[in-house]
Design a protein around this ligand. Structure first.
Ligand SMILES: *Cc1c(COP(=O)(O)O)cnc(C)c1O
Length: 225
């Protein structure tokens, strides 16, 4: 994994340069679903701190086993309402918030002894019925609601765009996300995170304003799941 990690950081740095982004502007979220505690530990030893998990049970076991490390845990899976109390308790970030009622419950369940839960709104940017996420036209309303909740801190937006059959179309989708993000910032919200781009498309996402790429296979190798 050492070579993959170094190579990935280099590709991110190259993309920052190529697309005139500030050096260090892009944060790497290591997507560690299905990866072992040992793999995460090795990755952390290389300097990686932020890890993303999709399944609560699996994540809770890993967090417990890695308590000795100062890691930042992101929930990037679908939010089921019966899991909200545990999500609010265990994670540092929830990157897939998509509805007002879920935001209110997360806020109520985030203990006052913990720092505010860092939140991104997931946008259903490709308009797919099967995909979760807030529809683009409803994002401003949800963003303003989340910004008012005392135990949540709205950091920005996240998207998992549908795969397009050509690179230009893919870019346009990322660009639409960038536009929605800019509109929110211009409306007065202090946001710093636009989470888009995965192993197959992160360079295009960086070209269009991503600030956080979520990488699994390009870092840990193919998933056997
Ligand atoms: C699995 C996953 C990723 C990582 O995908 P790769 O193609 O393995 O880089 C990123 N984001 C989300 C939400 C995921 O579920």
């Amino acid at each position: 994994m050492v070579a993959e990690f170094e190579q990935l950081l280099q590709r991110i740095a190259d993309a920052e340069k190529r697309f005139a982004r500030r050096p260090g502007a892009i944060k790497l979220l290591a997507v560690s679903k299905t990866r072992s505690v040992d793999e995460i530990r090795s990755c952390a030893a290389l300097g990686q701190r932020a890890f993303g998990e999709n399944y609560l049970q699996e994540a809770a076991v890993k967090m417990e086993a890695l308590r000795d490390l100062d890691l930042e845990w992101h929930y990037i899976g679908h939010i089921q309402s019966n899991k909200i109390p545990d999500l609010a308790h265990y994670f540092d970030w929830v990157d897939t918030l998509a509805s007002g009622p879920v935001a209110v419950k997360l806020d109520q369940r985030r203990g006052l002894e913990l720092r505010p839960l860092q939140v991104c709104i997931q946008v259903n940017i490709s308009g797919e019925e099967s995909k979760s996420g807030c529809l683009p036209e409803r994002v401003p309303e949800l963003a303003n609601l989340v910004a008012e909740l005392p135990n949540l801190r709205l950091r920005g937006l996240m998207a998992i765009p549908a795969i397009e059959d050509n690179a230009e179309k893919q870019k346009l989708v990322f660009r639409r996300m960038g536009d929605i993000f800019q509109d929110l910032v211009e409306s007065g919200l202090a946001l710093d995170t636009l989470s888009m781009g995965m192993s197959a498309d992160f360079e295009a996402a960086i070209a269009e304003g991503s600030t956080m790429v979520r990488i699994g296979t390009a870092l840990f190798g193919p998933r056997i799941d």
